[in-house]
Design a protein around this ligand. Structure first.
Ligand SMILES: Nc1ncnc2c1ncn2[C@@H]1O[C@H](COP(=O)(O)OP(=O)(O)O)[C@@H](O)[C@H]1O
Ligand SMILES: [Mg+2]
Length: 275
């Protein structure tokens, strides 16, 4: 039997409301520290090769969920398995199979893409010749010309920088790629480049992708299935087509925005358009 790329069951994560300290149960005080349920009772399965989008407004718990999968946080309840490995008990095995790319990807901006990738390869313990070959392949796939790849990263477009961040995650051939808001803050063209790159990675490498976004159009066009997240919960999880069809017959031709509104009673703030 082959395991799903990712499986979560009844996962909860709580933070203390002020965010400054871990939750301490203090029953003798007759009260509990006020807590925020960042992730509340989330269960899902992600088959290999699928792109699953988590769509939700700021503060809905998307990054917390990604960090739980990435073994950076411990769940308070429930379990998560990556290809059958428990993220808590088998964290080392899980770390080898995943790679997380977040908006605040750390790079040496004065160094070039090649230098940054060589540095990362060394951290990953890759042998020099293997690293150079792999980096060459990756840069070619990114469509970064040799001269560009040697320019300081800070001189490349933000879309290009983000692609280098995703490319870095590919040095170790992760089978599960976690992308936390990979296109947030990018201009439309860079956004499209990154989206095309994600599609291509999946097509060529059969990579499984869990990505978060608050961009409806992105979720609709890029993801095989979309989980709509609100206040720590998944309020729906299905293909974009079925989510939209769920509003029929009262609402034919619904957008994911309409679905979100119908399910949560809230507008998903349109930061991209406002920016
Ligand atoms: N380290 C933390 N300490 C305290 N509260 C946190 C922490 N991380 C996230 N939260 C809270 O958990 C909720 C979900 O946050 P987050 O997962 O970052 O949402 P999103 O990525 O969807 O914007 C928010 O209320 C946030 O304030
Ligand atoms: Mg976030």
């Amino acid at each position: 039997m082959s395991f799903p790329a990712l499986e979560a069951q009844g996962v909860c994560k709580y933070f203390s409301a002020d965010g400054s300290r871990p939750l301490l149960p203090l029953p003798w005080l007759g009260r509990q520290a006020k807590k925020v349920a960042a992730v509340e009772d989330i269960s899902f399965r992600l088959p290999r090769g699928e792109i699953l989008g988590i769509l939700g407004p700021n503060g809905s718990g998307k990054s917390t969920l990604v960090r739980l999968v990435a073994t950076l946080l411990l769940p308070d309840k429930g379990w998560i398995r990556v290809f059958g490995h428990d993220v808590v008990r088998e964290a080392a095995a899980v770390k080898k199979m995943i790679n997380r790319v977040s908006a605040e990807a750390a790079f040496f901006k004065r160094l070039s893409a090649v230098e940054n990738l060589m540095y990362a390869a060394r951290l990953y313990g890759m042998e020099g010749r293997t690293a150079r070959r792999r980096i060459g392949e990756i840069l070619e796939r990114l469509g970064i010309a040799a001269e560009k790849a040697r320019e300081p990263l800070e001189e490349l477009s933000r879309g290009m920088q983000q692609k280098v961040a995703i490319a870095r995650a590919f040095l170790t051939s992760p089978v599960l790629l976690l992308l936390d808001e990979p296109t947030t803050g990018l201009d439309p063209r860079s956004k499209r480049e990154v989206q095309d790159f994600i599609r291509e990675l999946r097509a060529v490498h059969d990579t499984t992708v869990l990505l978060t976004t608050h961009d409806m159009a992105e979720a609709d066009s890029l993801c095989d299935r979309v989980a709509i997240m609100c206040d720590g919960r998944f309020v729906a999880l299905d293909t974009p087509a079925r989510l939209k069809a769920s509003l029929e017959p009262t609402h034919v031709g619904a957008s994911l925005e309409d679905v979100f509104l119908a399910l949560t009673g809230k507008e998903l703030q349109a930061e991209e358009e406002a920016a």
